[in-house]
Ligand binder design. Structure first.
Ligand SMILES: Cc1ncc(C[n+]2csc(CCOP(=O)(O)OP(=O)(O)O)c2C)c(N)n1
Ligand SMILES: [Mg+2]
Length: 516
């Protein structure tokens, strides 16, 4: 068996089922091995940002790494923004980068670059294979490294001769993946801290894996026992939502609102969350969002089992009660011209049970988080890394991970254009994705930020750099060009009707929501 074949066999042996790729000459043996060693589904993305964003969506939904296969330094570089997002989301991914044969690199051929330097900032683990006989061990270590909490990208550079040389038949075993469970002493300490700051004086801030159903239900028990407030990170990588779960307030985006959010508390306890900091430093603005004088304590870090920590704390508090399900009436479909509020309401009204909602809606979907608590059970995927162009690719990975769930993408028109090619992969793979593009023909958030920076009357260049008009972009033609059926709507009634239709039909669809 050659190195490429043992790599694919190692991948399947350790549970990798999908390879998102945009290959080139240095990956040809690996491409061929995807046929000769069955078990890994190969999915083509037409830009590497689609490939890496799809791997992020897949890893968030399954908790298991997908493989990416990328073409040397330049191909990898095209995928970095979404690997950055995956790093902030702590998503397990295994990147294979095909590369020049070991003996060819020294000649400095055209595609040679310092790929190892490119990989470092977005990889929790990386290695360049030295010999075909070692690639199985290399990949096994990569898979384990990607899964070690908090999780992340493991990157393996695979020179072409390590793919074609003889590698033997032996698949290396998966190294053990330790799970850091917090000690009883730390649970006891947390119990004391909550007793010392009773009721709303404590904010229990959940993040990372603690935002799954088990973590949320344990947090609800803690709130029932102590009266603490429950909050979520502003942009969760994955949050389970719906009326069967407690509604977490999320930390507001703008620093002044976030400071007010924590203002009434005397303590913030972190469970799987980072200490919240402002997205940007503004002139005279704060970095830390927890005000001076409010203590920050850690129940469980991101590299620890925060869900188990919450469950242990709920037990220690002697709180047996389960969260009470209080169904509210489903919201009535909204009417009138489209704005962020009634787009959010229309989506909630049309959401099917079990939907996966990818939120890159920026300003076009503002109130969605608040109102979607009344939607049926769903999974919410946001953008903890802030690099736009993740939404459409993420939907590809989420839909492949969960073929029996509907994926709804809430996509800003500007953000969507970074990786619009993802629509083609949706069409080619027949994925159940409803794309809602929030068309306002501007980078609205940047106009808001200009105003916050004190520019009350932007000049022609500032306006030119924030407008997507002249010519404006026709998303219906764009989607149809990629093979995705599309309609444009400009009222809430029409949006709701199109959403209902798209949700009922299999395969991808795109709705251009024209904001008034
Ligand atoms: C990779 C990357 N490039 C640029 C930015 C800066 N940026 C943040 S939001 C944004 C525009 C978003 O526009 P759109 O999706 O249309 O949403 P809107 O603001 O109109 O609601 C830009 C350019 C970024 N966050 N990430
Ligand atoms: Mg826009």
């Amino acid at each position: 068996m050659n190195g490429a074949e043992i790599l694919v066999r190692t991948a399947t042996a350790h549970g990798i089922e999908v390879c998102f790729t945009n290959p080139g000459t240095t990956e040809m043996h690996l491409v061929a091995a995807l046929d000769s060693q069955p078990g890994v589904r190969a999915v083509l993305g037409l830009f590497e940002g689609v490939v890496t964003g799809a791997a992020d969506g897949y890893g968030r939904m399954t908790g298991q790494p997908a493989m990416t296969l990328l073409h040397l330094g330049p191909g990898f570089a095209n995928g970095i923004a979404n690997l950055h997002n995956a790093r902030r989301a702590a998503t397990p991914i295994v990147n294979l980068i095909g590369h020049h044969a070991t003996w060819h690199r020294n000649f400095d051929p055209p595609l040679e670059s310092q790929v190892e330097l490119l990989a470092a900032p977005v990889s929790v683990w990386q290695r360049t294979c030295a010999h075909a006989t070692q690639v199985s061990r290399d990949l096994s270590e990569a898979i384990a490294a990607s899964l070690r909490l908090p999780g992340g990208s493991a990157t393996l550079v695979v020179p072409a001769d390590c793919q074609w040389d003889e590698a033997g038949e032996n698949v290396a075993p998966l190294p053990p993946i330790p799970v850091a469970r917090i000690s009883g002493d730390r649970v006891e300490l947390a119990r004391e801290l909550l007793a010392r700051h009773p009721g709303e004086r404590t904010v229990l801030l959940l993040g990372g894996r603690a935002l799954g159903e088990e973590g949320l239900l344990a947090a609800a028990r803690i709130a029932a026992a102590t009266g603490c407030r429950l909050a979520s990170e502003s942009f969760p990588a994955r949050l389970e939502r719906g009326q069967h779960l407690p509604a977490l307030q999320r930390v507001p985006y703008f620093p002044e609102q976030a400071l007010a959010f924590f203002g009434g508390a005397s303590q913030v306890v972190l469970a799987g969350a980072r200490e919240p900091v402002a997205f940007f430093g503004y002139r005279n603005g704060p970095s830390r969002l927890v005000p001076e004088g409010v203590a920050v304590e850690v129940l469980a870090g991101r590299d620890e089992d925060a869900t188990a920590a919450l469950e242990d704390l709920a037990e220690a508090l002697g709180e047996p009660s389960r969260f009470e399900h209080r169904p509210a009436a489903p919201p009535a479909p909204p009417r009138g011209a489209l704005d962020a509020a009634n787009i959010a309401a229309a989506v909630v009204a049309a959401q099917p049970e079990g939907a996966i909602v990818v939120d890159e809606g920026i300003t076009g979907i503002g109130p969605y988080y608040e109102v979607s608590h009344h939607a049926p059970a769903h999974t919410y995927l946001a953008l903890p890394g802030g690099a736009i162009g993740f939404g459409l690719p993420c939907s590809v990975g989420a839909a492949i991970a969960c073929p029996d769930r509907k994926v709804i993408v809430l996509e800003g028109d500007g953000s969507g254009l970074y990786t619009a090619q993802a629509l083609w992969t949706q069409a080619r793979e027949g994925l159940d994705v409803v794309n809602v593009v929030l068309r306002n023909d501007v980078y609205r958030i940047l106009q808001i930020e200009l105003h916050r920076a004190g520019v009350s009357r932007p000049g022609p260049q500032s306006l030119g750099l924030t407008e997507l008009s002249k010519p404006s972009i026709d998303w219906v033609s764009l989607a149809q060009g990629f093979g995705v059926p599309a309609r444009s709507v400009s009222t809430a009634e029409a949006l709701h009707a199109e959403l209902a239709r798209a949700v009922a039909e299999p395969g991808p669809a795109l709705i251009e929501a024209r904001i008034a």
